[in-house]
Design a protein around this ligand. Structure first.
Ligand code: FES
Length: 139
């Protein structure tokens, strides 16, 4: 069973507490790719949108996440949760992982993307995480 099939089954069981958004950079391109070549980021955005069909996850296109040298890039966001930026993504194999990550973030009780169950590409491809706006200062 594919990751998104599992996500859809879980969404049907109403496990998702809120919705999450996947922002995919559509201007990313691979190193050495000609300037006028079709952007691989757009291919990733399209693949993510297809993978999100039937789930509660939204996929939005964005121009540049300031992670250009480590693209392809995408970010996961949810109200009241940490934001995660990923790089090194592949449009041919990582779209479902992004949707699964968004689903995990959507139902996370502490607003953190859980390590257990997180797709591997969202472990090794993590660039940064940013706290929610109301996150208290550390002691
Ligand atoms: S062009 Fe994609 S992160 Fe800058």
């Amino acid at each position: 069973m594919a990751l998104t099939d599992i996500a859809r089954a879980r969404d049907d069981e109403s496990e998702v507490s809120t919705s999450a958004i996947v922002y995919v950079c559509i201007t990313c391109r691979r190193a050495g790719e000609p300037e006028d070549a079709p952007r691989e980021g757009m291919a990733l955005a399209r693949a993510a949108a297809r993978a999100a069909e039937g789930t509660t996850v939204s996929v939005r296109r964005i121009r540049c996440l300031a992670n250009c040298s480590r693209g392809l890039s995408a970010a996961l966001r949810r109200d009241g949760a940490w934001t995660y930026v990923f790089g090194g993504l592949d449009p041919n194999k990582d779209a479902e992982a992004l949707i699964e990550g968004a689903r995990l973030l959507a139902k996370s009780a502490d607003g953190l993307l859980p390590w257990v169950g997180r797709p591997d590409v969202l472990k090794r491809g993590l660039i940064a995480r940013v706290p929610p706006i109301d996150y208290p200062e550390e002691e």
